[in-house]
Design a protein around this ligand. Structure first.
Ligand code: GUN
Ligand code: FE
Length: 432
């Protein structure tokens, strides 16, 4: 008989995860053995060595990896669902900067960020790449709140020192100093919440600032996140500001923002093959935000093309350009966007399958955080337990069909348990 340490946990249920793009693994009445924060193994029958370890049995419920949101603005939570008749640049000026400016007030920030983080976790997101605002203090508060609820996240203080209204802009030197202070204050503070360098996008950051931020990312070994090529007006704007560069991607690359640690670029709708090849070489992640792309500009990103080029792709809600906080809803939107793209390309680039889109929502974006987004051995145990009894039909359904129906028909009420790095989220904390 062998004994297992107290922190071994075993969960039983109807298991589904995607070890690779397009491959969905399902295990009926399977067991997941978790040791402290990580998956030790997944089994169709429980190995004999665990026969005396108690099992938490979820019966007929599904157990799937937690969702990864690779791009979202925590500071725009209150703006969801308004202003979406505008296009990007107009929308930023009329709605977004005004809302973000409110986060100089820590009381406002506390309320909005708490609401946002709770919404995120309620909807099954277990890891996220988040943007705060230009204000260091309230962005640090966002990290504190995320940590308090147990979310895994990278969080960025936004940098912007040009082409923005007077009430929401930074002085270049101050922006650099505040960013370094932000890094010092947060880099070692939390186990699962870390800083990320966040120039807003090329139009809002001067070359000097981009260069300095790249130096900071390099020195502190931090990743970078930003926006890239979201709509045509933005592209023209970038061309006007930087006629000396041949394209948008080469600007980020020139200033060193595709550094040692991975960079996340949101949107990436209009890119040349040359830009795509450079991003693939540099290991840049694309955060695909189909809901936001439909809302603000009716555009569609060429995701199949990225996948064929070997680019890492994850899904993002892009709150508040995206109105959905749920990555589950971004999954079906990504599938629909990919069907439009297939039509646009005369069937050259095939639409995403459900298993592929589910992969992007879990392991695709999760790999940015390390071994995250799958239930394979060695992965952080980030998982959701799904009670789909209210959407089961009279027909018997396979696990794969049940997962698909949850994606299309379910909502946050179907998620009855959430685990992040092995720890169960206390549902009571989400309801107050
Ligand atoms: N580009 C620069 N800033 C933003 C933003 O806040 N939202 C979106 N969707 N695109 C941006
Ligand atoms: Fe965004």
């Amino acid at each position: 008989m062998s004994f297992h340490r107290k922190d071994t946990k075993i969960y039983r249920g109807q298991i589904a995860y995607t070890p690779e793009l397009g491959k969905l693994t399902t295990i009926k009445n399977g067991y997941i053995v978790v040791e402290s924060s990580k998956v030790k193994g997944v089994y169709p029958t429980l190995p004999k060595e665990y026969e005396y370890t108690p099992v938490e049995d979820y019966g007929n419920k599904l157990i799937i990896p937690g969702f990864v949101d690779l791009h979202s603005h925590a500071s725009q939570v209150a703006n969801r669902g308004i202003g979406l008749d505008r296009e990007l640049l107009d929308w930023l000026l009329v709605y977004t900067f005004k809302e973000e400016a409110k986060f100089s007030d820590l009381c406002y920030a506390e309320k909005a960020y708490s609401e946002y983080i709770k919404l995120l976790i309620k909807n099954g997101t277990t890891r996220a790449a988040l943007l705060g605002t230009i204000y260091r203090e309230s962005t640090e508060l966002l990290m504190d709140i995320a940590n308090g609820y147990g979310l895994g996240a990278v969080v960025g203080k936004v940098n912007m020192d040009r082409e923005a209204p007077e009430y929401y802009i930074e002085n270049t030197d101050q922006s650099i100093i505040e960013t370094e202070r932000f890094i010092h204050n947060t880099i070692w503070k939390y186990p699962l919440v870390k800083p990320i360098i966040t120039p807003r996008f090329v139009p809002a950051t001067t070359p000097k600032l981009m260069w300095a931020l790249a130096q900071l990312a390099d020195y502190y070994r931090l990743p970078v996140q930003s926006h890239l090529s979201e709509d045509k007006e933005e592209l023209e704007y970038v061309k006007r500001l930087h006629p000396e560069f041949k394209n948008y991607v080469s600007i980020y690359n020139y200033f060193g923002l595709f550094g040692q640690q991975p960079t996340i670029m949101a949107h990436c709708v209009y890119l040349s093959d040359e830009e795509i090849a450079l991003m693939a070489r540099k290991g840049v992640y694309v955060a695909h935000c189909p809901v936001a792309n439909f809302n603000l500009s009716g555009s569609v990103a060429p995701i199949r093309k990225f996948l064929l080029a070997g680019i890492n792709v994850g899904l993002g809600t892009d709150v508040g350009a995206g109105h959905a906080v749920s990555i589950k809803d971004v999954i079906w939107q990504a599938i629909q966007a990919s069907k439009v793209y297939e039509l646009q390309t005369n069937h050259q680039y095939k639409a995403l399958t459900t298993a592929e889109a589910f992969y992007l929502a879990t392991k695709g974006g999760g790999s940015f955080f390390g071994k995250v987004g799958s239930l394979e051995a060695g992965y952080d145990f980030d998982a959701l337990v799904i009670d789909d009894s209210n959407i089961l039909t009279i027909h018997p359904r396979t696990i794969s069909e049940r997962l698909e129906r949850f994606i299309y028909l379910g909502d946050d009420r179907n998620i009855i348990q959430r685990f992040i790095a092995g720890r169960k989220v206390n549902p009571l904390t989400l309801s107050v």
